[in-house]
Design a protein around this ligand. Structure first.
Ligand code: PGA
Length: 251
């Protein structure tokens, strides 16, 4: 049994006041025992607000980014140790915005993922192809390369804690999601690869879909056999929409 996991990637949005309002509303909506794992991933400036308002609730929180060294002269960065100190339990690794805007390569993504595991966090590893790569028939090759690079030398025990987010780059923030059958096909490829690489553990790793998930289309993705949740950007900024999406994962 893979418990669905639905995560809200707030990206660079919200102030303290807005975050407090959001958390209050979300906690009104979420029952004491939600049937899905719920995760809020705010900017680093709001992790303490999450800790204060979500601490002791069923909603977890995580960080969008962390540098793989525990401390040191890395101006502008925060470490896994620091985000974990604010109660973060998840770390997004390899998001396409970090790969493309901030030029993070597979090597750095792999280091961040290992640092997350060593620091006791659950990595949410994002993989996905660009539109050009898909049109050239290279989608699976690109995703496989990202998986192989980030997960090289990982033990099955460490792998059991992973979450993979399949996010086709062209579907992120565009309002145009993937076709559900394409998302399922890719998730099935990822599942086969994980089983081949990690044995039975591979069958237990959760795979999310991400890219323009909204309440109106969430069921199309969250009922697919190899998709166990969603990584949601834009629609996650509204607590009612985020909860509506999470409910689709439960159904
Ligand atoms: P989106 O973002 O839902 O706004 O497309 C998804 C993501 O970047 O994780």
């Amino acid at each position: 049994m893979r418990t669905p996991i639905v995560a809200a990637n707030w990206k660079m949005h919200k102030t303290v006041r807005e975050a407090v309002d959001y958390f209050r509303r979300l906690l009104e909506l979420v029952p004491a025992r939600p049937p899905v794992e719920l995760v809020i991933v705010p900017p680093a400036t709001l992790l303490w607000v999450a800790q204060k308002h979500l601490g002791g609730s069923v909603v977890g929180w995580g960080a969008q980014n962390a540098y793989p060294e525990p401390q040191g002269a890395f101006t502008g960065e925060v470490s896994v140790v620091q985000v974990a100190d604010l109660g973060a339990r998840y770390l997004i690794c390899g998001h396409s915005e970090r790969r493309h805007i901030f030029r993070e390569d597979d090597e750095l993504v792999g280091r961040k993922l290992r640092a997350a595991l060593e620091g006791g966090l659950i990595p949410i590893l994002c993989v996905g192809e660009t539109l050009e790569e898909r049109q050239a028939g290279r989608a699976w090759g690109v995703v496989e390369g990202q998986l192989a690079a980030a997960l090289a030398d990982l033990s099955p025990e460490d792998a059991s804690r992973l979450v993979i987010a399949y996010e086709p780059v062209w579907a992120i923030g565009t309002g145009v999601p993937a076709q559900p059958q394409d998302a399922q096909e890719m998730a099935a490829h990822i599942r086969d690869w994980l089983k081949e690489r990690f044995g039975r553990t591979g069958g237990r790793i959760r795979i999310q879909y991400g890219g323009s998930v909204k309440p109106e289309n969430a069921r199309d993705f969250l009922t697919l056999p190899d998709i166990d949740g969603a990584l949601v950007g834009g629609a996650s900024l509204d607590p009612d929409k985020f909860w509506a999406i999470a409910q689709a994962a439960a159904g």
